[in-house]
Write a protein that binds this ligand. Structure first.
Ligand code: PLP
Length: 456
């Protein structure tokens, strides 16, 4: 008899961010089709995907308009490149559209394929800019512990999660990490929010002074941190951070890979927090994941320096075979059309408010629920052994993974970020589906909580 798909996969495929030993035993879950927020696997089982894939399928699965746009572009011209002054029609249109959507004075767009490569591009742009203005040593990159910026060599160096560094000799020298604005874990009980913000700003200032302001090129941050646990900063955090950065002439890279395109209810997450970035990284929601694409928005300040030295520089020595890929650009155009036509950013704000309220109504006060946090259409529930003291579970007890697995059995897909359970659904999720997901999460937390507290 032929091997099953699962057996073939176990023999052949090295899966990203997957436990090697568990995969060898449990095998993959093979998805086959999707519509809206619903997925079906090859065995015919159905799921509500409360994670929009990997925080990206913002318009939902199976959008015919997008599929048609991809097919039409593939028939016309499936590939041409953007090296040597070449380009394709949808890439021209998309670059112009992204600059128009930006509330900040942005001057150019560079296209890549993933959030990771886009952040690498941003670091190179920082290094180029600082070099051109006569400060070639001003190249260190500061990010936050728990920040997620990707897994290429430079972007994983900026990522503040040990799992992407361990045994690989990372981060590279010149990448520094400061504390995350996560009061629940990083602040002492009784400390006011404004005091916590002042402490974090002071630490950033001290880090820059210690390293030498002439060696620090840029700071990179997600408006709301995603993979690090869905961490929503205090309202005044970014204004305090920006004040420090301005004082030391350090650039701000806004990593909008998750927050961009409506996730927090505004076009960009940075708008919610008053961030005024020099560089903006976009991916995921740009195409709702239908085809890989990322974009770097480059501010007038940086672009004018590059333009000034254009004759000197000659060829811009950076770019990918698939930069500005026509299928990806056509996908993004169709995806943004859908978002505009169906007013999905407004919907994200409205349904997001329902999600946030339902989570608090349903889960607050449960015996293993520590913090419930989130904004717009992204949220997390942190499970703890003792909510009163915030004592976490021993990692070996796998509280988060157990909740994830039990929900998966019930046909609901969430994500376990350690013991924080993340939700990040497509904007098209119905309020009744939100209720279904939150209701199931509450039941499963009760059930697994009882087991954990009984030592099982
Ligand atoms: C904020 C952020 N930046 C960058 C990335 C990396 O993107 P990619 O996985 O497309 O390389 C991610 C991926 O989850 C992300 O959440």
């Amino acid at each position: 008899m032929a091997d099953t798909l699962e057996e073939v996969d176990r023999r052949t495929h090295l899966h990203p961010f997957t436990s090697i030993s568990e995969h060898a035993g449990r095998g993959p879950l093979v998805m086959r089709e999707g519509r809206g927020v619903r997925l079906k696997d090859v065995r015919g089982r159905e799921y509500v995907d409360a994670m929009a894939g990997l925080w990206c399928v913002n318009v939902g699965y199976g959008r015919e308009e997008i599929v048609e746009a991809i097919a039409a572009q593939a028939r016309r011209l499936a590939y041409y490149h953007s090296f040597f002054s070449m380009t394709v029609e949808p890439a021209v249109q998309l670059a112009e559209r992204l600059l128009r959507m930006s509330p900040w004075p942005m001057s150019r767009v560079f296209f890549g394929l993933s959030g990771s490569d886009a952040n690498d591009t941003q670091f190179k742009l920082v290094w180029l800019y600082q070099h051109l203005r006569g400060k070639p040593a001003k190249r260190k990159i500061i990010s936050r512990h728990r920040g997620y910026h990707g897994v290429t060599v430079a972007s994983s160096s900026a990522t503040g999660l040990p799992v992407v560094h361990a045994r690989m000799g990372l981060p590279l020298p010149g990448f520094l990490h400061v504390r995350a604005p996560h009061a629940y874990r990083e602040s002492e009980p009784g400390v006011r929010e404004d005091e916590f913000v002042a402490t974090l700003a002071r630490e950033l200032d001290e880090t820059i002074r210690r390293e030498g302001p002439d060696t620090v090129g840029a700071f990179i941050a997600e408006p709301v941190m995603g993979a690090g646990g869905v961490l929503v900063p205090p309202k005044t955090y970014f204004s305090a951070v920006q004040e420090v950065l301005r004082r030391h002439d350090v650039l701000f890279i806004a990593d909008e890979v998750i927050c961009g395109f409506g996730r927090l209810g505004r076009t960009f997450g940075s708008e919610v927090f008053g961030i005024e970035p020099d560089l903006v990284t976009l991916a995921k929601g740009l195409t709702s994941g239908y085809v890989p694409l990322s974009a770097c928005l480059i501010s007038g300040r940086i672009w004018s320096e590059i333009e000034k030295h254009a004759a000197d520089i000659g060829v811009f020595g950076h770019g990918f075979t698939y930069s500005a890929h026509p299928l990806a650009a056509a996908t993004a155009m169709a995806n943004l059309d859908v978002m505009e036509r169906d007013r999905l950013f407004e919907r994200a704000q409205r349904v997001g408010a329902h999600l946030q309220k339902r989570l608090r109504d349903e889960l607050e006060g449960k015996s293993i629920v520590g913090e419930i946090r989130g904004l717009g259409m992204i949220a997390a529930v942190e499970l703890v052994a003792d909510p009163r003291t915030r004592r976490p579970f021993e990692p070996a007890r796998q509280a988060g993974v157990r909740v994830f697995r039990k929900l998966l059995e019930e046909g609901i897909i969430v994500r376990a970020l350690g013991d924080s359970i993340a939700l990040c659904p497509a904007y098209v999720i119905e309020p009744a589906e939100v209720d279904q997901v939150v209701g199931a999460l509450g039941r499963v937390i009760d059930e697994i909580g009882a087991d954990l507290q009984a030592g099982r």
